[in-house]
Design a protein around this ligand. Sequence first.
Ligand code: GDP
Length: 313
Amino acid sequence: MGKPSSNSRSSAKKKTAPPTGTPGLVLAHYGQASLVEKNDGDLIRCLSRKNLPRTICGDRILFESSTPHDGVITHIEDRSSTLVRPDRNGRIRPVAANIDQIIIVIASKPSFEFPMLDSYLVAAELINTRPIIVVNKQDLLNHDSHSKLEQRLDTYVKLDYSVLFTSTLTTDGLKSLHQQLRQHTSVLVGQSGVGKSSLVKALLPDLDIRTGQLSKVTGLGRHTTTATTLYHLPDSGDLIDSPGVREFNLWPVDADELAYGFVDFRPYLGTCRFSNCRHNAEPGCQIKEAVQDKIISAGRLANYHAMLASQGK
Ligand code: GDP
C-alpha cells in the first residue's frame, strides 16, 4: 500500500529512482480525482498515475502539475495508519489515512454499553491510534450521576486512556478537547445521537464556509459535505470527518487480534497453557488468573467474549 514500485531484480547499479514531485496532502477524494493541498495552502485537483492505488483522505503524496489547478499524483507515502470500514457488500475499504487519534464519543443519553465502548477502543488500538473517550452532554448529569459515571469509567482511566467530559450546550470541556486535538490528526466516532455533529460544529465553527471553498475547487457543489474530508483546526491539528467515518466500527477480526486490541491483556498473551486459549474455561489461562487477581477487570474479559460471539467466533 503506497509503497514505491520496486524493480528489485535490476542490477545494483540500476537503483530505482527516488520518487519525485511536489508534496501535498489529500483533503478529500472525489470519484477519480483527489483534492490536494500544497504546502503553501493552495488547493489543486489531481488525478492519479495508472499504476498507483486509490488515494484516501489524509494521504501524503507527491504530484506533478501542468497547470496551477490540475496535477497528477506520482507517489503515495507509506501510511502510518489506515482507517477501514466495510462497504455495502461487506468488503473492507480504506477511508482515511495517517490518523493518530480516535475520539470515541459517548453520552448518558442515548445510554452507552461497555462492549460498544470496548469495540471502539479495540479498533483504535488495532490501527495504532490513540483513543480518547469523550463523554458528551455533561449538562444532563447531576453531581451523583456524574460521579457514578466517573466510577464506571475508572477502569479506562487506569488503563491510561484519557476521559473528558464535554457539553456542546454549555461549552464545558471543549477547551480541553481542543488541546487534545492539537498537533494530531483525529477522527470523531460514536453511536448516533451522542453529539458528534454538534462537536464537529463546535470545533470547526466555519465549517460551512470551508466546505463551500472546497466545493469551488472540485466543482462538485455540496458533494463535499458528505465526502470524507480533512479539515485544519483553528488551533493546529486536523480533523477528518464524514458521516461514514463517524459511524465506523470494528471490522471482522480473529480471536488473537481481538485479544491484542485489549491493552490490559497484552502482557499475558502467549503465556496461557494452551496456545489457542480463548480465556474461557481452559486450565492454565493467565488472563483469567489476572482477572481473579483483579489486575484485569472482569467486565473487560466479558466484553472480549461478547465481541468474539458477535463476530461469530
Ligand atoms: P450525532 O448523531 O452523534 O451527530 O449527534 P448530534 O450532534 O446530531 O446530536 C444529537 C442530539 O443531541 C441533538 O438534538 C443535539 O442538539 C443534542 N446534543 C448535542 N450535544 C449536546 C450536549 O452537549 N448536551 C445536550 N443536552 N444535548 C446535546
